[in-house]
Ligand binder design. Structure first.
Ligand SMILES: NC(=O)c1ccc[n+]([C@@H]2O[C@H](COP(=O)([O-])OP(=O)(O)OC[C@H]3O[C@@H](n4cnc5c(N)ncnc54)[C@H](OP(=O)(O)O)[C@@H]3O)[C@@H](O)[C@H]2O)c1
Length: 292
């Protein structure tokens, strides 16, 4: 633990807020970088320092990294991802920040190159980090339960059906709490455990199995239907194109991977899809917008 703050970018988002909460609970001083200081204030109260700024505003980045010990680097999927993350990393190096922990893309979006505009963008940032005189690790989480799985759960709650391009394609879903726990461990540890860490949940679950788990949780029948994936829109915005590519890669079975990295680093099992579904569905058979 350092007396100097850890800077968290993307702190008001789905994963970043979990990282901030954990660091604060450890008594670690935290500074959050945000375009919305009032939203950060509402989320974290006086437990963190707030650095108002925008990745596109170099001065605000330089101010935010001043005096910082380590950096958690997260930004959303966008055409600006490389520019924004490179700017933040360069500002961190200039300010003598000791370590960067980057939230990267899923391993299957990054390797092999050329299949995912999002994965290729994350890979470009990873290469840049590797060229800098700074300690850095890139966490490559598989698909998050709180995003794509939560969308399927919502779909089932309202329509009693799971629709996918390939019902037998599996995904090694990971829970955001487990990603946050690993990120905090890599931020606070004396030494890093590698340059890239491929994080997954404990098991591979297919869309057909999700339908069965949902049927058991809701105590009613759930249909499983195959529908061809959307055409990847060539003229769509970056995020839509990236998501359409994810759907195709998942249908091709690329996300059906698990590793022991979370279990090894945290000395406990990562959350299972079955446990996540029960937690989400049990309270009211209705799924709120975001539950970590
Ligand atoms: N979902 C998955 O399955 C999955 C899998 C692997 C990797 N990932 C990676 O996870 C990342 C997304 O994480 P998330 O879902 O937690 O993000 P999110 O909820 O979409 O939040 C985005 C965050 O970025 C901040 N932000 C956006 N534009 C900014 C700007 N111009 N300047 C400063 N801050 C800015 C926002 O802060 P303010 O609005 O407060 O400024 C917000 O805190 C992506 O890099 C994605 O590739 C996701």
């Amino acid at each position: 633990m350092s007396e100097r703050p850890i800077l968290v970018t993307g702190a008001t988002g789905k994963l970043g807020r979990l990282v901030v909460e954990r660091l604060v609970a450890f008594g670690q001083p935290v500074r959050v970088f945000t375009r919305r200081p009032e939203a950060a204030g509402a989320l974290f109260g006086k437990t963190v320092q707030i650095a108002a700024g925008d990745f596109g505003d170099r001065t605000s980045l330089e101010t935010a990294v001043r005096g910082v010990a380590r950096l958690l680097l997260l930004s959303p999927i966008s055409a600006r991802l490389v520019t924004d993350q490179v700017a933040a990393a360069d500002a961190a190096v200039a300010a003598n920040v000791a370590r960067i922990v980057k939230i990267s893309g899923s391993d299957w979006t990054i390797e092999p190159a050329g299949n995912s505009i999002s994965g290729d963008a994350h890979a470009a940032v990873e290469r840049h980090l590797g060229s800098l005189p700074i300690e850095a690790v890139s966490l490559r989480p598989n698909a998050w339960m709180q995003v794509s799985l939560a969308n399927i759960i919502r779909q089932v709650v309202t329509s009693d059906q799971v629709v996918a391009a390939n019902l037998d394609a599996g995904i090694g879903y990971i829970g955001a709490r487990d990603i946050a726990d690993v990120a905090v461990q890599q931020l606070l540890a004396d030494r890093l455990d590698g340059r890239t860490l491929n994080l997954t949940g404990p098991d591979i679950v297919s869309f057909r199995q999700i339908a069965s788990l949902m049927a058991a949780a809701l105590k009613r029948s759930v249909a499983a239907l195959e529908e061809p994936p959307q055409i990847v829109p060539q003229d769509g915005d970056f995020e839509h194109r990236a998501v359409a590519q994810f759907v195709r890669l998942i249908a091709a079975g690329r996300a059906a991977t698990t590793t022991d990295v979370v279990r090894t680093l945290l000395a406990r099992s990562p959350r299972t899809v079955a446990a996540f579904i029960l937690e989400q569905v049990a309270p009211a058979a209705a799924v709120p917008e975001y539950q970590p």
